[in-house]
Design a protein around this ligand. Sequence first.
Ligand code: SF4
Length: 321
Amino acid sequence: MNLRRIAFFIPLLGCGRRCVYCDQNAITRDAGAGGAATPGAVREVLAALDSPVELCYFGGSFARVPRARMIDFLDAVRAAPSGSVITFSSYPGDFDGAYGLETIATLKKYPIATIELGIPSMDAAILEACGRGGDSEAIKFAVKRLRDNGFHLGAQIMIGLPGQTADSAMSDVNTLASLMPEGGKWDFRLYPCLVLEGTELEAMYRRGEYRPLELGEAVRMSGKLTLEAERLGFRVIRVGLPESTSLKKSVLSGPYHPAFGELALSEKTALSLVAQKPKGPWTIEAKNISHLTGHGARGIKRVAELAGMTEKEVRSLLRVH
Ligand code: SF4
């Protein structure tokens, strides 16, 4: 059963360092349930509900929040109607060593729906350039440790990071898929890297050390990656950062678009149709036709480009049912 999600934000709580592109305050300030959450405020919201929910903690590194406070946040689920579950985002390194094992033992006492791991890249040089540290082996270790303890996982992947190429991001998606258990259907989120005001990435950008992706480039890359992620068995649950006024104000440069996810979906649909039938005719469900016709018929234009046809020809070869 898909439960209603209620997101609470704990901006930068538990983060040992600050990733160069990150400004969780800008991303989360006016999203979701509002402001930085406290366990008491979470309990209050949950106690007023009359049906179970998926309680989500995002915006920080939940499993590194000091243990007593983390438990307070976890315990808040007991105020929610029975059957409620918890999802949170964390840094893979949070599950290292003996501390990581203790954290896992604690988490097992709670109804954890999904642990979303921030895995912007698995390339050590890119992670270093992002101020994150870690490498592919450390990430694989955390993923396997959580998987083998029975947790359902989510991967938060990024594109357009300093030094990152499209091939590198594609290779990460394939590596993560190889770790997914049969029928695992891990969640998949994809975020384009944006230059936000006040971040280290802004300084790198101003010094000419970082060039963000163009919007079109990022959309094409996202369409390709999400198509591949779905083919490999992931459940794509978000592409692009949640739109908010504070985010919009903070973006200095990069592939920002309020409907980035829809643009990526149009790219994915076009790629998928042409891969199945290079010259059509193409069948699409009526409920999905906007993936082709929305945003100035971007999807139709893209099918035309990929198939080497005119837009009119593409329209004549579309079968909507
Ligand atoms: S771990 Fe996540 S929330 Fe923490 S600084 Fe890095 S990107 Fe931001």
